[in-house]
Design a protein around this ligand. Structure first.
Ligand code: BGC
Length: 757
């Protein structure tokens, strides 16, 4: 046992220690691989995930999500992947209550999106978007399932109230503003429902056969603009099929157009139980199959029963088997997982910002947020109301103290769920409100210090009012007000746009009675989509379209009627004279036996059709009166030529003057008319708008720039946008039918190829 022996022994021990350490370090790396920390960690995480974990991640974690939200994603704690929460919706945060089987979490019911769009004012929609995002943050929501940008193809569409417009430019503009404002606060959005989800009848099975050109010019541009300009964190694929392929499985839409053409790099998630074939959905580019298993109240609510299928809530095992037998490729699975992880790292939950949210017990907003929500609701609601008619300047009220209010819609009876106003629509866009916080029309008028007579001879429901009751009401009050309401909901289209005979009788009787007294009658419409007005509008002196204005609706209506707010809303949708005038008439909701609807009207939707045909309308697209008057002058173009080869933007300016006695806002609208084209084109198309505020006597210059896309049509043979050479007219109007100024310019060059620019 000499020195040498000890030397060898020590060397062996040192080597052993080093080896053991290396082995231990390796083992610990394997046991605890690096988790999700940031974008750079994503590929390592994907490599560390087992197939079981991957297939779990691409299916939602079940309905309802924690706290009763619409859904959530799976957590993989060993890799630091948290579950994130997705919640509706377009008119306010909706968690719990309704069909969720969780206590309602009270939030602000904001005006419906069609009202937001009727403001034609990005500042207004952004105020609401920010307020909604704030409420979302209070409830720990990571992604707000909004906005909905489907086009109002037909006035009977059950969800039109939660979509913006019949016009893709206006819808895209509003959606872009909404998304930017929400995402600036660190909460994500989900632009929906991609694409051509324009009806509720047979919504999960209907095959929308949309001509390629109509798809590109009408049904996709709102998504396109928002995706390119606002980068929504997620896109929601729709229930329906588009041209024979279900939207959730439609590679052309979800991958070729959305990702390759428009550069979308976010997450595609399916509408709730919309997926028919989970493997096909993942392969087509639908990353997340929502919401996963149903564990809400039983029996399943009708709205869910209608959409739920076994395939739409697949088991992870099914996907694992598909992956093992090669039908679900590793590339598709990894790509979906990658997009899910990319979403997760952006969320407030991942960033640790929701640590203090008490998911189980929180059922109301903080006082400050609730007050702020109500204030914004009132302000924006009055901005989006549209004064359709105002004979003899009946509005604003002058020398009015006592108002005779009629119409069943004005009746408050909480036991029967009658709030004295319709604040919004039904389905996932409905918000859990505190009924005591809802301001009815009558309450709003009283808050504005009017006295209101709304019951005659002890009868509260004033429908069926006898002629002598009408005479009494007219004698005892200064002005009459009829409140007409309509509600619609996700899951069902409206049966018709007609008035009830008793409503028309009520308006006519009161009109006669008030006019006999030398007094006026006002009709306020509390609706989410056009109804028939032509048969009775002559009987009303003024008609105010209040839409479904949210929980502060009564106050906002009173603000407009009293003149505290000068109305400035404009119609984002045409009011046709009768339903048979509608371009989709006869092709809506399509063949419900064979589940197919043909969009035979093609690009001729809304005013594109009515203005090309020069049809008589009740109220045109873009229409809306005010308590002042505006004049337009001095239309100037930066050039009389547009060089198509260069795509140099053209600048257009026009002066607008407030000639009336009060301050007001005007929406200046820019339409383009293509004078000669090989392709059939609508007479005019909206390509710009600006809302400006003018004091009495003030003039402002309004400037627009248009690019080649504004002159282009989609050539379906060449499969590209084309701007044809020839003359164009710039039409500046205060509605699509009230054109104030016109100027011509020439598009010079060969057929311009938009995409190759
Ligand atoms: C609706 C979506 C909604 C989802 C989650 C579906 O029924 O179509 O718009 O976001 O439910 O509630």
């Amino acid at each position: 046992m000499g020195k040498r022996f000890y030397k060898i022994l020590i060397t062996i021990i040192i080597c052993w220690l080093i080896m053991a350490n290396v082995i231990r370090t390796k083992a610990s790396l394997n046991d605890q691989p690096l988790g999700l920390t940031d974008e750079a960690s994503i590929e390592n995480v994907i490599n560390s995930l087992t197939v079981d974990e991957k297939v779990q991640l691409v299916i939602g974690a079940g309905y309802p999500g924690p706290n009763g939200a619409a859904g959530s994603t799976h957590a993989i704690p060993r890799l630091g992947i948290p579950s994130v929460i997705l919640s509706d919706g377009p008119a306010g945060v909706r968690i719990g209550g309704l069909f969720a089987g969780a206590p309602p979490r009270i939030a602000t019911a904001f005006p419906v999106p069609v009202l937001l769009s009727a403001t034609w004012d990005v500042k207004q929609i952004q105020k609401v978007a920010k307020a909604m995002a704030k409420e979302a943050r209070e409830y720990g929501v990571d992604v707000l399932l909004a906005p909905g940008v489907n086009i109002h193809r037909d006035p009977l569409g059950g969800r039109n109230f939660e979509y913006y417009s019949e016009d893709p430019f206006l819808a895209g503009f509003m959606a872009t503003a909404f998304i930017q404002a929400v995402q600036e606060t660190g909460v994500g959005t989900s632009i929906k429902h991609f694409a051509a989800n324009n009806q509720e009848t047979k919504r999960t099975n209907i095959n929308a056969m949309v001509p390629k050109r109509a798809l590109r010019e009408i049904y996709l541009p709102a998504f396109e603009m928002a995706v390119k300009q606002a980068k929504p964190w997620t896109v929601m694929s729709a229930y329906n099929a588009v041209n024979g392929v279900f939207a959730t499985q439609n590679r052309t839409l979800l991958t070729d157009i959305l990702r390759y053409e428009w550069g979308f790099d976010g997450l595609v998630l399916s509408d709730w139980w919309a997926v028919k074939n989970p493997v096909a959905a993942l392969e087509a580019g639908n990353d997340l199959i929502m919401p996963g298993v149903y564990r809400g109240p039983l029996p399943m609510p009708e709205l869910i029963k209608d959409v739920y299928t076994k395939a739409s809530a697949p088991s992870p095992e099914l996907l694992k088997t598909a992956n093992q037998n090669g039908t679900l490729s590793k590339e598709a699975l990894d790509s979906s997982v990658r997009n899910i992880l990319k979403l997760i790292i952006k969320t407030p939950t991942f960033k640790g910002e929701y640590k203090n949210v008490d998911y189980q017990n929180k059922t109301s907003l903080s006082k400050k947020t609730a007050i702020e929500g109500a204030r914004i609701n009132r302000e924006v609601a009055s901005e989006g109301m549209v004064l359709l008619k105002n004979e003899d300047k009946t509005l604003p009220f002058k020398a009015v103290k006592k108002i005779g209010v009629a119409g069943e819609n004005a009746v408050v009876d909480l036991a029967q769920n009658k709030l004295g106003i319709i604040i919004g629509g039904g389905g996932s866009a409905q918000v859990n409100v505190d009924p005591k916080k809802v301001v009815s029309l009558v309450q709003g008028l009283k808050n504005a210090h009017y006295s209101v007579v709304n019951s005659i001879n002890g009868k509260k429901v004033i429908e069926g009012l006898s002629k002598s009751d009408a005479v009494n009401l007219a004698k005892n009050t200064d002005i009459g007000l009829v409140f007409i309401g309509r509600k619609s909901t996700e899951g069902a289209d409206r049966p018709h746009m007609s008035m009830k005979p008793e409503e028309v009788r009520l308006i006519k009787d009161l009109s006669e009675a008030y006019h006999a007294e030398g007094k006026k009658l006002v009709v306020v419409l509390n609706i989410g989509a056009p109804i028939e007005v032509a048969s009775w509008s002559d009987d009303a002196d003024s008609i105010l379209l209040a839409w479904q204005p949210g929980q502060e609706g009564g106050n906002a209506i009173a603000d407009v009627l009293s003149g505290k707010v000068n109305p400035s809303g404009k119609l984002p949708v045409t009011f046709p004279v009768k339903y048979s005038d509608v371009p989709s008439y006869g092709n809506f909701p399509g063949d419900t036996v064979n589940n197919v609807v043909h969009y035979t009207e093609g690009i001729y939707v809304g005013y594109r059709y009515y203005d090309t045909k020069n049809l008589n309308l009740a109220y045109p697209f873009g229409h809306g009166l005010t308590y002042t008057d505006f004049s337009y002058s001095n239309l100037k173009l930066s050039s009389s030529k547009f060089l198509l080869s260069k795509n140099d933007p053209l600048s257009i300016s026009v002066d607008v003057t407030n000639k009336g006695p009060v301050a007001g806002k005007e929406v200046v609208q820019l339409y383009i008319h293509d004078q000669h084209s090989k392709l059939d084109r609508p007479f005019k198309e909206l390509k710009g708008f600006k809302k400006i505020f003018l004091k009495p006597g003030q003039t402002k210059k309004v400037t627009f720039t248009i690019d080649k896309r504004a002159l282009s049509a989609f050539d379906d043979k060449l499969n590209r946008w084309m701007a044809e050479p020839g003359k164009f007219t710039v039409l500046i109007g205060s509605s699509s039918r009230d054109i104030k100024q016109e100027a011509e310019f020439i598009g010079v060059g060969k057929n311009g190829d938009w995409q190759n620019e």
